[in-house]
Design a binder for this molecule. Sequence first.
Ligand SMILES: C[S@@+](CC[C@H](N)C(=O)[O-])C[C@H]1O[C@@H](n2cnc3c(N)ncnc32)[C@H](O)[C@@H]1O
Length: 381
Amino acid sequence: MTPGARAQAAISVLDRVLAGAPAEQALTNWARASRYAGSGDRAAVRDLVFDALRRRRSAAALGGGETGRGLVLGLLRDQGADVAALFTGQGHAPAPPGPEEAGREPSGLEALDCPDWLAPALRESLGEDFAAVMGLLRQRAPVFLRVNTLRATVAGAQAALAAEGVGTQFNQLANTALEVTEGARKISSSAAYREGLVELQDAASQAVVAALPLSDGMTVLDYCAGGGGKTLAMAARARIRLTAHDADPRRMADLPARAARAGVKVQLTETARLRGPFDLVLADAPCSGSGAWRRSPEAKWRLTPDRLADLTATQDAVLDAAAALSGGWIAYATCSLLAAENADRAAAFLARTPGWRLAGERRLTPLDGGDGFYLALLRRE
Ligand SMILES: C[S@@+](CC[C@H](N)C(=O)[O-])C[C@H]1O[C@@H](n2cnc3c(N)ncnc32)[C@H](O)[C@@H]1O
C-alpha cells in the first residue's frame, strides 16, 4: 500500500470508531477485508488510528473537523508530514483537502487533548503535574516486559531476548521490569516469551505487585483477576496459595494456559464458591483506565459522568466484597488518575467499615514512566 492508501484506510477505520465501533474491532474488520495489506501496512494503519485517537481533540481542530478525514489530516499536520504528497486523490489516496479543511491551532484543554468535563477533577487529582501528565497521555506508551523470576534472571531474560532481536533496558519502577528499546513486534513470536521467561506487563503494574505485603505460605485471592497479569506477577514473588476470581469468568479464559507457561499454580474460582478468609485480597478494580489512556485512548473520550458514577459504585461494592473475604489485608488498586476512584474510595470504605485502617498508599503517574496507578493497602485491626 502507498502511504496515501494507508492514510485512507486509517480514515475509514476512524470513521467506524467515531460511529461507536471499538478500535481493535474496526482494525480487525478492515484487515480481514483488505487481504492485500501486509503486516507493515497493518502496523502503519494501526499506528495512525491510535495516534489520532490519543490526539482526537487537537487533531480535529488541526484537521478541520471530527471525522476520520479530519483526524488523519490533523494528525499528519501535527506530525509535520507533507499532507499534499499524501492527500493526492491518486489511486487509493484521499482527495486533496478543501479550503474548509484548513484547520486551526488548538488551544487550552483542546491542545492537551483533555475532555472539558474531566479537567477540574484531573487538575485537582494531579495538581501541578496536570499539564505534564496530560501531555504524556498524548504520546505512545513504552512497551514493558516483566521477567518471570521463576523461569529466568533479569540478565538471562535480557540475553535471551537480545539473541532474538529484542533489545531491552532495565526500568527502575520494579526490579522485574524491562523496557523494550528495539524489536517490540518480535516479542510474541520469541522463544523467551513462548517459554514464559517474560510477560507483557506495564512497569507501574509491576511496581504495584512489588509493593504488596506477600510472604511464603500466605493465602491470596485475586478478586478482579481479569487476564491474570497481576495473578502471575504475585505468584512469582512468593510461594503463596493463589485463587483467581472475576465477576466475568470469561476474562480468565487464558489464565490456565498463561499460568502453565509461567510455571505457576492458580486455582480459578466462581463467585458462588468463594470461601474466605484469605490473608490478602487484591482488589484490582474496574476503573476509568485514565492512567492507561496512552494504551487505550478511546476510553478517554467514551467516559461520561454517568459511567464514572457507575464505576465508583462498583469500586465500593468490590471493596465491601473484599472485606468480607479478607482476614488481614486488602490491596485496593486502580489504573486511574482520579482521586474519586482512588483515595476517595479508600476513605469512603474506611468511613463505613469499622476495624480497618490505611497502612500504606502509592500513586504513580505516567511521569514515573509507566501507566498511572493507585494502590491502597488496607489492614484489618
Ligand atoms: C482492571 S481489570 C483487572 C486486570 C487484572 N487484574 C490484570 O492485572 O490483568 C478489572 C476486572 O474486574 C472485573 N470486575 C468487574 N466488576 C467486578 C466485580 N463486581 N467483582 C469482581 N470483579 C469485577 C472485570 O471483569 C475486570 O476483569
